[in-house]
Design a protein around this ligand. Structure first.
Ligand code: KG4
Ligand code: ZN
Length: 339
């Protein structure tokens, strides 16, 4: 089985070709065209600009994936495309392209939830012991999801304000470090060894629910740097980043482990763009394994937005509901599609 996947929910135009043979998945192509350099100067993603660039890039990106996989359209069994959540104008580019190809090539089309796809990146040739608990952390979402199996899941917690990736990005903006803030803060935090002398709060770490809050952490960081001179901020940037990262990661790890114990799961999965963070990967793995949970996280390139995760999600969805050729008639963008 060959799947063509398309992703345009935010600032990456992406396409992938996935081959499934007797349950074994093989990534024949995974092309990501990032717009980071374009949005950098605005300090964040500008939806209208993102949509225009998706329009320019979408066909070249799909073509590159098809060429790299050396596949003919006739050999594609179905198309999977992100239908939400995301920026509506950006989503529409991927969806309308997928619908057009589905119609022209007479192929079934499967709409994929972007957050489920982040999660499904963990299903790429990794065995998972169920029930499982997933922490999904990205620029737009921070969620804890309980999974009975590959398809059956329900959300048990989420952020009540900013997503953790958004907090990283806002913290970097505050410190004038550039965009996207996650990888920059992570790199600088690693330069400071030992615990930071700066103490930042761990919001909602002791709340009984499995919700998060990261806007308070960002505000505490603002108050901290407001007390410093420009020169002091500059020289102490690594320890400020370290304090921010330690606080964010500690809350994420603590609440995930608490939820895993409460729901008596077998494994803990980490997913989403912030899952590329080395400290979060290492701390969650160590704490999960110490508490006898299996731990899974996708390889780095499958954490941030990409087409492969949409294809993997499409593969698992197709096993649940056989895709119909007229599926494209019913698909539309849902920018707020909840898991
Ligand atoms: O999943 P993703 O690529 O896009 C969304 O669906 O939002 O996640 C992007 C987010 C950004 O906020 C970015 O700063 C963050 O993931 N991120 C990181 C790292 N790499 C990306 N955050 C912390 N550490 C990283 N290494
Ligand atoms: Zn994402």
């Amino acid at each position: 089985m060959n799947i063509l996947a398309i992703e345009t929910s935010c600032d990456e135009t992406a396409a992938a070709i996935l081959r499934a043979k007797r349950g074994r998945l093989e990534l024949a192509a995974n092309v990501v065209s990032s717009q980071i350099n374009i949005h950098k100067k605005y300090g964040g993603v500008v939806p209208e600009v993102a949509a225009r660039h998706h329009l320019e890039n979408i066909i070249p990106v799909i073509d590159e994936a098809i060429q790299a996989a050396q596949i003919k359209p006739a050999a594609i069994d179905f198309i999977a495309t992100t239908a939400g959540p995301g920026l509506v104008t950006a989503l529409l580019v991927g969806i309308e392209t997928a619908k057009t190809l589905s119609y022209a090539w007479n192929k079934p089309l499967i709409p994929v939830n972007h957050m489920y796809a982040h999660l499904a990146a963990n299903f790429f040739n990794q065995s998972i012991q169920f029930p499982a608990l997933a922490l999904i952390v990205s620029g737009g979402h921070t969620e804890i999801v309980l999974l009975k199996n590959h398809h059956h899941y329900n959300k048990i917690g989420q952020t009540v304000d900013d997503a953790v990736g958004e907090a990283y990005d806002k913290a970097a903006k505050l410190l004038n470090l550039g965009y996207p803030g996650g990888p920059i803060i992570a790199r600088l935090a690693d330069k400071f060894s030992g615990p930071s002398p700066i103490n930042l709060p761990r919001p909602m770490i002791n709340s009984r629910d499995f919700n998060f809050s990261f806007s308070g952490l960002k505000t505490a960081l603002l108050y901290t740097v407001q007390k410093m001179t420009k020169k002091e901020i500059k020289t102490r940037t690594p320890e400020i980043c370290r304090a921010f990262q330690d606080a964010a990661v500690e809350v994420l790890v603590s609440k995930t482990i608490k939820a895993a114990k409460k729901y008596q799961v077998q494994s803990i999965l980490l997913a989403g763009g912030v899952a590329a963070n080395k400290k979060l990967r290492a701390d969650l793995k160590a704490t999960a394994e110490k508490n006898n949970f299996q731990f899974r996280v996708p390889e780095f390139k499958l954490c941030t937005d990409n087409g492969a995760m949409i294809a993997i999600a499409g593969y698992y969805l197709s096993r649940k509901h056989h895709p119909r050729k007229d599926g494209w008639q019913k698909i539309s963008a849902d920018p707020n599609w909840e898991l």
